[in-house]
Design a protein around this ligand. Structure first.
Ligand code: TYM
Length: 380
């Protein structure tokens, strides 16, 4: 927590200063040298990297050392199934898929139906979160991971194979420590104080280094992991952190289910998507005349920011949009329409793949090569 903004796994509020967050969390910025090395090893650029949306890391250099020496590494990411997924939630998965393709790495995806049940303020039953885990799994499968190198599991179901490791992790963490890291108090239920052990476990699934792509809100778990992993004979996990896709309502906080107008959900219909983007916070002037004269500010224009973040991967096209907006040649409404078409196309394609995912669920969760191996495995 820093004075003007808050970033924890449960709350993101205020205008986030990402440079200060790096200092506060004790992570490292991805500098030019590391960026170029990652791109060289991957054999290809990704706009989430070159635009510094993935901006911070822990031990990414060591992951690349391991890859370059032939030892390799594995990827781990996850989702807290508290309801339908929005576009922000799916971004780390698209980036993880890119890493999997480029490095031929195993991917473990944790669905934390336990965590979202334990967060009492959400008011969800365990049946709700278990059902959302299945629904969210379809969105994740729609991203197109390699079915033989990917294992998607839901905590309440896979717990039998995680519990021995969770116990070993839990015994190393005392209450005052998780209270300090996660801000628990004496009213917090005891399930929550155990839960961090469960989110740490998948980072110990292989005796190689783990790389976790996620937004920076999840970093407190990795801090705990890094303090205890070596004492259990595992590697400290590495992580690569992204910024938050800004809410449609303005450049403060993150998208949230309690403010549905702030986000676009993967299941939303065209009419509602058009309406939400049309109402999005804009960096334009109050009237078209003024806008043509003074130009707009793309740094706070949410439509432009969404294009920058995800929806316009072509740097040349993006630069032109930025310049034309600043020069007043593109109006805010026009920027919003450009974004709307991109979002609609993305959602339509995602949804078609989600339909196909229904037939593939068993592969990722039970029958693919990696899934079968994981169900066989019971930790020593
Ligand atoms: P959850 O479900 O809150 O978020 C899922 C993933 O999305 C990231 N994220 C965002 N990324 C970009 N823009 C946003 N506005 C945005 N909001 C959320 C999150 O950082 C996360 O990567 N406890 C976790 C579940 C989990 C997990 C993990 C996540 C278990 N193991 C390992 C990452 C890595 C959760 O509730 O995520």
């Amino acid at each position: 927590m820093v004075d003007e903004f808050i970033v924890t796994p449960w709350r993101v509020e205020g205008k986030i200063d990402y440079a200060r967050l790096i200092e506060h969390f004790g992570t490292s910025p991805i500098d030019d040298e590391l960026l170029n090395r990652l791109i060289r090893d991957a054999g290809e650029k990704h706009h989430l990297l070159t635009r510094r949306i993935f901006f911070s890391h822990r031990d990414l250099d060591k992951v690349l050392d391991d890859w370059e020496s032939g030892k390799g590494f594995f990827l781990y990411t996850g989702r807290g199934p508290s309801g339908p997924m929005h576009i922000g939630h799916i971004i780390p998965f698209y980036f993880t898929k890119w890493l999997q393709d480029r490095f031929k790495a195993n991917v473990y995806i944790q669905l934390t139906d336990d965590e979202k049940f334990l967060e009492e303020e959400r008011g969800l039953t365990l049946e709700d979160t278990r059902r959302w885990a299945r629904e969210n799994a379809l969105d994740i499968i729609a991203v197109g991971f390699d079915p033989d190198r990917t294992f998607i599991f839901q905590d309440t179901e896979y717990i039998r194979n995680m519990y021995p490791l969770a116990l070993k992790v839990a015994r190393k963490i005392n209450f005052s420590w998780v209270r300090a890291v996660f801000g628990f108090d004496m009213q917090t239920n005891i399930g929550m104080s155990f839960y961090p052990a469960i989110q740490v476990v998948p980072s110990l699934f292989e005796r190689r280094r783990c790389l976790i792509p996620c937004a920076i809100d999840q970093d407190p778990y990795w801090r705990v992991q890094r303090d205890i992993a070596e004492s259990l004979g595992f590697y400290k996990t590495a992580a690569i952190h992204s910024k938050f896709l800004p809410p449609l309502t303005g450049p403060v906080g993150k998208m949230s289910a309690s403010r549905p107008e702030s986000a676009i959900y993967l299941h939303e219909d065209e009419k509602s998507i058009r309406k939400k983007i049309w109402k999005a916070y804009s960096g334009g002037q109050p009237t078209a005349e003024l806008h043509r004269k003074l130009g707009g500010n793309p740094e706070i224009d949410v439509a432009f920011q969404w294009l920058y973040f995800f929806f316009e991967p072509d740097d040349v096209k993006l630069k032109k949009l930025e310049e034309d907006y600043r020069a007043g040649k593109i109006l805010s409404g026009e920027m919003k329409l450009i974004l709307t078409e991109k979002v609609l196309k993305f959602i339509e394609e995602h949804r078609a793949r989600r339909e196909e995912a229904k037939e593939l669920l068993h592969l990722y969760m039970y029958d693919g090569e990696l899934a079968r191996e994981m169900w066989r495995k019971i930790h020593e």
